[in-house]
Structure formats: C-alpha cells, structure tokens
Write a new protein. Structure first.
Length: 64
C-alpha cells in the first residue's frame, strides 16, 4: 500500500471519528439525560448527518 493511500485512509478515519464522537454524544444524552438535554438533539442530529456525508464523500472521491 502506497504512502498516499495510507494517508488517505488516516484522513478517512479522522472523519469517521468525528461522526462517531457526535453519535456517542447523542447516545449519552439518550441514556443519561434525555428529559433535560433533548433540546440538543436536533443540532446534534444535523451535525451527525453532515459528518457522515463528509466521510462518505471523501471515501467516494478518493476511491476508498
């Protein structure tokens, strides 16, 4: 595997990590504080959708 491909895979992993961090935050709210922090859900959901779309776009554009 070339160094360039390795770097692209690392970049993709970082993008995926952003989405997973947002999903984890959503999970924590649902599990621990839904009745107090439910108002954060629409914003977090929007961020999650954008992060997943960005990771998928990057993956497609770079043939990963």
């Amino acid at each position: 595997m070339s160094e360039e491909v390795k770097d692209l895979k690392k970049d993709l992993a970082k993008l995926k990590r952003v989405a997973l961090d947002i999903a984890s935050e959503i999970h924590d709210i649902v599990e621990d504080s839904l009745w107090v922090d439910y108002v954060k859900m629409p914003e977090l959901a929007g961020k999650l959708v954008a992060a997943v779309q960005e990771a998928n776009r990057f993956k497609a554009e770079n043939g990963l």
